[in-house]
Design a protein around this ligand. Structure first.
Ligand SMILES: [Zn+2]
Length: 93
């Protein structure tokens, strides 16, 4: 008997017994010093051991949203020019 292929279920690699199913959870992650929570984030959760993997495609999309420079070639950021205070001093008479 051949089991029907269910794309919303895949075997768990942690416990080898359960099956992971796609669920919507709240993702919590740190962005610099800020804690970001993303509700209704797709994750694969094992029905036996509870091990979870966040959906890699959704993670990739999230990183695009969180990083506005994503997809652009990496280049050195130019520092904002600052005027040295010595140039703004009035001439000594
Ligand atoms: Zn498991």
């Amino acid at each position: 008997m051949i089991e029907p292929t269910n794309i919303l279920s895949k075997p768990c690699g942690r416990c080898q017994a359960g099956h992971k199913r796609l669920r919507l959870v709240t993702l919590m992650t740190w962005l610099d010093d800020e804690l970001i929570t993303v509700p209704d984030f797709p994750a694969w959760i094992c029905d036996i051991c509870g091990h979870r993997n966040y959906d890699t495609r959704a993670l990739a999309q999230l990183s695009l949203v969180l990083n506005p420079e994503a997809g652009q070639p990496v280049k050195q950021r130019t520092a904002r020019p600052t005027n040295p205070p010595s140039q703004s001093l009035p001439p000594i008479s």
